[in-house]
Ligand binder design. Structure first.
Ligand code: PEP
Ligand code: MN
Length: 355
């Protein structure tokens, strides 16, 4: 299905990259909301975010102030002229936000992952013209993300954008949520007119990662950034490790280098030709490798051997990984490439053995 999209068309918001949305993870008190909003407005931020209802992993955490906080956002709007945005997860949230004049709604990662919840929200929004930002689902499933966007679009809403906030993983390393950049990149390829906004706060999970993630998103051609910013981050009631003050946010934004996306100089096209040649060679060499793999398949069939020889496979992954790093390529990346190649070799050998 094709999405039918219109421009976000946000009054008072500059159209050049990046579109910036900032504000606290949660609206906590009227004072915290207004204090943060005033500082952000002073720094030139035009869209204010704050969670009114907070989806929490465990019961008993701070689950948001609820409807009580909506008038605070209204005050932010009146006092600073900023547009205001919050998260909705149920039809009731949608009605409350529409009643309160909230300008932009976003769908959280846990909600995007649930088609029933998405349909309920889409039905509640039918016939309303309001920008909707759909976060990626917690799990790395592009189809689920696109499906959520389709449900909203089918309800007649055309001012849509996606938010990339990273994907859950069992073992946490550097990131709170793995960026898996190839997923939003594939989303861009599939729906080129859909704006993509990066949420470095939920990807990184810590302050130090905000700046490099913002830069990476800009270098990948993302359209905007949604960053958690709090007047007193250390005392935030949720996500305190990843929030930055409006001052720090402004510093980070000022340091960003925004490169043009459409630089097609002579030099670049020459270099692109070289890349095309490299890719041709890569494919030919892969085809040769597959031919050899098929021969091995025939041998295994004749000698009644299993296809998967685990020892050999681990040896390949290890060796290629270290060969890669000697050439300045990340060993993990090389391993992934060889996992994919090996998977295809196994598939081809299976065909031979089962013939
Ligand atoms: C948030 O934006 O504060 C939030 C809860 O994000 P996510 O849905 O990405 O976890
Ligand atoms: Mn948060």
């Amino acid at each position: 299905m094709e999405l039918e999209l219109n421009k976000l068309n946000l009054p008072g918001v500059p159209t050049e990259r990046p579109l910036v949305i900032a504000g606290p993870c949660s609206a906590e008190t009227e004072e915290q909301v207004l204090n943060t909003a005033r500082q952000l407005a002073d720094k030139g931020i035009r869209i204010f975010r704050a969670g009114i209802w907070k989806p929490r992993t465990k019961p008993g955490g701070f689950e948001g102030v609820g409807v009580e906080g909506l008038p605070w956002l209204k005050t932010v709007k009146q006092e600073t002229g900023m547009l205001v945005a919050t998260e909705v997860a149920t039809a009731k949230h949608v009605y409350e936000c529409l009643k309160a004049g909230i300008d932009i709604l976003w769908i959280g990662a846990r909600t995007t992952a649930n088609p029933f919840a998405m349909q309920e929200i889409a039905d509640a929004l039918r016939g309303v013209d309001i920008p909707i930002l759909v976060k990626n689902p917690v799990n790395p499933d592009l189809e689920l993300w696109i499906g959520a966007l389709e449900r909203i679009n089918q309800a007649g809403l055309k001012r849509l954008a996606a938010i990339h906030r990273g994907f859950s993983s069992y073992d946490k390393k550097i990131y709170r949520n793995l960026p898996q950049w190839h997923i939003p990149i594939e989303l861009r390829r599939r729906i080129p007119t859909l704006p993509i906004i990066c949420d470095p706060s939920h990807i990184g999970g810590k302050r130090e990662l905000i700046a490099p993630l913002c830069q990476q998103a800009m270098d990948l051609g993302f359209d905007g950034l949604i960053v958690e910013s709090h007047c007193n981050p250390d005392c935030a009631w949720s996500d305190s490790f990843q929030q930055v003050t409006p001052d720090v946010l402004s510093y980070i934004l000022n340091l960003l280098v925004i490169r043009s996306e459409t630089q097609t100089t002579e030099n670049l096209s020459e270099l692109r030709k070289q890349i095309d040649e490299c890719d041709d060679e890569l494919i030919q060499i892969l085809a040769k490798r597959m031919r050899v793999a098929r021969e091995i398949g025939t041998y295994k069939k004749e000698h009644d051997m299993t296809i998967l020889q685990t020892g050999r496979y681990s040896e390949i992954l290890e060796k290629r990984g270290s060969q890669g790093s000697l050439c300045g390529i990340d060993a993990e990346c090389i391993k992934k490439v060889f996992e994919a190649i090996h998977e295809e070799s196994v598939r081809q050998q299976m065909e031979i053995i089962n013939k």
